[in-house]
Design a protein around this ligand. Structure first.
Ligand SMILES: Cc1ncc(COP(=O)(O)O)c(C=O)c1O
Length: 368
């Protein structure tokens, strides 16, 4: 069986280094917001090409704390509208709601699965104050155009890069825009994955970085003195230590993902299957390799019978979820089509050439 994602195999090469880090932290005796968190914040900011990085508990909190940080700074107010793609993982939308802001859903492009900039323009009202861009499946959204729209309408840009570590490096136009911030998740299955929950915010905005640093720690900069109504969402010291081990290998691992994607794109030939769009640049880190077909159930069963595990990202769009019942009447035809048709093939830095050969052969043999 080729598993969809073999986390044990992904982490195995780092086992000795992880154990050394565990011993270091244990011996150090400082278990919360210590040297490992500081080191990771510096290294990850450097890696991303941004001035500041603040480690937090998970990707969801990274988003919530960005929004709450902007509210604290008076740059957003409760009830402001935030534009967000309709076909994201629900965490993006829940984070907007958690910060008492109003999500305004926008259709993606069918080809890229990312938000359609021209549809953003149609949804801007006097209450719109931010765009939450999601770089879905690991591919950067059309940031030049989105940045232009944001500048013209005086909107903040928040990026959800939970699936796009490394795709966003040296993204000059956005980095130079002081009104932007990026949320990362290091959930174990991500391209840079911890051994538990972890997350971070990157930004060039010193005020925002400072307020998030405080908000993640009960709104306190000086122990037992509280400036804001904060939360406890600190990046765990041990998770930071594990991330410090893995970060130097992220580019090489992303390169392996791209090499597999290149093979899938050139060798999968099945007229019933639509392959993902990629401009061959480093703007895609292939967190997921997502194909589309009208006969998804048949294809998934056939692959399973032949020993290939696949996953659907995601089966139900956020506006059709029970949790968001007020929105169940809304219609987003492109989003719904995507959710009805997508299927993710195995892709990871530890997939072997033989396994890639096998996936290609079986997918090509499938007649629906
Ligand atoms: C697009 C997106 N946003 C946000 C999140 C939330 O991250 P976390 O699970 O670390 O809270 C995830 C991942 O789970 C995600 O895929």
């Amino acid at each position: 069986m080729i598993p969809f994602l073999d986390l044990k195999k992904i982490n195995q090469p780092y086992e000795t280094a992880f154990q050394e880090k565990l011993k270091l932290v244990l011996d150090n005796g400082w278990y919360v917001l210590g040297n490992e968190v500081k080191e990771f914040e510096t290294s990850f900011a450097n890696y991303c090409g941004t001035k500041y990085c603040v480690g937090v508990g998970n990707g969801f909190d990274a988003l919530v704390l960005i929004f709450k940080g902007y509210i604290q700074l008076g740059k957003l107010q409760k009830g402001d509208e935030v534009i967000v793609p309709a076909n994201t993982y629900i965490a993006s939308i829940l984070a907007i709601l958690q910060a008492d802001l109003i999500p305004v859903l926008v259709e993606p492009k069918l080809e890229t699965y990312n938000i359609n900039p021209e549809s953003i323009v149609e949804k801007i009202t006097s209450k719109t104050k931010a765009i939450l861009v999601v770089h879905l499946y690991g591919q950067l959204a059309e940031m030049d155009r989105i940045n232009e729209i944001a500048m013209a309408n005086n909107l903040l840009i928040v990026e959800d890069a939970a699936q796009a570590h490394g795709a966003i490096r040296n993204q000059e136009s956005v980095i130079s825009n002081q009104k932007s911030s990026v949320a990362y998740s290091f959930y174990p299955g991500k391209n840079l994955g911890a051994l538990g929950d972890a997350g971070a915010v990157t930004t060039n905005d010193l005020e925002l970085a400072k307020v998030i640093q405080s908000l993640r720690n009960y709104g306190s900069e000086t122990k037992y003195y509280n400036d804001y109504v904060g939360v406890n969402s600190r990046l765990d010291e041990l998770q930071a230590a594990f991330l410090n081990v893995k970060l130097p290998f992220l580019d090489a691992e992303n390169e392996k993902r791209r090499a597999i994607a290149k093979r899938y794109l050139s060798e999968i030939k099945n007229d019933k299957i639509a392959l993902p769009f990629w401009d061959l640049s480093n703007n895609h880190v292939f967190h997921l390799f997502v194909i589309r077909t009208q006969n998804r159930t048949n294809l998934q069963e056939y692959l399973q019978q032949n020993g290939i595990q696949t996953v659907i990202h995601y089966p139900v769009p956020p506006h059709n979820q029970k949790a968001l019942s007020d929105w169940n009447h809304l219609s987003f035809p492109i989003t719904e089509k995507i959710h009805n048709q997508v299927l993710s093939l195995p892709i990871s830095p530890v997939l072997t050439d033989d396994e890639v050969d096998f996936v290609i052969k079986i997918v090509n043999q499938c007649i629906f």
